[in-house]
Design a binder for this molecule. Structure first.
Ligand SMILES: [Fe+2]
Ligand SMILES: [Fe+2]
Length: 301
């Protein structure tokens, strides 16, 4: 029976309590197809809206979590024309003591969160054949990333700036492309390397913002840090699941993938407590420390 377009029964709230418009989903939509639409969306506000709507539809049972879909993720994610993307080395380093440096730091973190929305959506629609929880886990991550981005963009606007006003780099998406063929590599390299680096960096950012008198900005980064532990833990959960399915030892496989994908090395000090909460093993923490200590030395592999 074709029930026709699914009418939304409520007005979902944006992170700041503004009601969103009532809307409809296409008939027979699946989570993968809707996540792909949100991923391809270039308009920032519409992307945020789509993430909230897809999440609500899944929670209400109005949108099917199919696991046998055709991979639908575009290679180029939807993003606005601005910020201009440049190589990491081309980004200007500015002092946090200046208004422009302060806004640039918040913008840089907001850009990471915007990319993280796309990365979570990509996980939802790129890798068929996994348990349903995989897709709902990553949709939940996408919802939290959308909130992180919204909080930072609002804060940036309070600093007389906005998302798109500074150049930014595209490093996060490059790793998404390198791991697009294998969910095990994706789980190892994106949540367990790139997002885990955020766990290490956040305490220093929080301290710098507080020292600069930006208590609200520091509070936002604290919220983000707490929730990012959950994202890395989800990465660990599914990395271990995929290793078990393939009869692989997780620690040795993680180390091999770090080498094979030329993973960026962590920066000391590690946030050991957060990484432990995200299910890094003692052996992996030792490996991370050794990699961080070798940052100044040339690679031998
Ligand atoms: Fe985030
Ligand atoms: Fe995250």
């Amino acid at each position: 029976m074709d029930a026709g377009p699914v009418a939304w029964q409520h007005q979902a709230l944006s992170p700041f309590g503004r009601p969103r418009e009532m809307t409809t989903l296409p008939p027979r939509a699946s989570l993968a197809s809707q996540a792909a639409s949100a991923l391809a969306c270039v308009d920032v506000d519409r992307k945020l809206d789509l993430v909230a709507r897809v999440d609500h539809a899944v929670r209400c049972g109005e949108l099917a979590v199919t696991t046998d879909f055709l991979p639908a993720a575009p290679d180029t994610p939807g993003r606005p024309v601005r910020p201009q993307l440049v190589s990491p080395g081309a980004l200007e380093r500015r002092s946090l003591a200046t208004a422009i440096g302060h806004a640039a730091l918040i913008h840089a973190v907001a850009h990471i969160e915007f990319n993280a929305i796309n990365l979570a959506l990509d996980a939802v629609c790129r890798f068929p054949g996994l348990p349903a929880d995989f897709y709902t886990d990553w949709l939940g991550v996408g919802v939290e990333e959308a909130r992180h981005f919204s909080l930072l963009r609002e804060h940036l606007r309070g600093l007389d700036s906005d998302y798109g006003e500074f150049p930014a780099h595209d490093g996060l998406w490059q790793m998404a492309l390198k791991t697009a063929h294998d969910p095990m590599a994706r789980m190892a390299l994106v949540p367990r390397v790139l997002e885990a680096r955020g766990l290490d960096a956040s305490p220093g950012i929080i301290r710098r913002l507080r020292a600069n008198g930006d208590r609200a900005g520091a509070d936002i980064v604290e919220i983000i840090l707490r929730e990012e532990v959950g994202h890395v833990a989800i990465g660990t959960r599914w990395f271990n699941h995929l290793c078990a399915e393939r009869g692989l030892a997780p620690e040795a496989t993680f180390e091999r993938l770090l080498r094979e994908y030329d993973a960026p090395r962590p920066v000391l000090p590690l946030n050991v407590e957060a990484r432990r909460q995200a299910c890094f093993t003692p052996g992996e923490l030792d490996l991370m420390t050794a990699m961080a200590l070798s940052r100044s030395q040339p690679r031998t592999t």
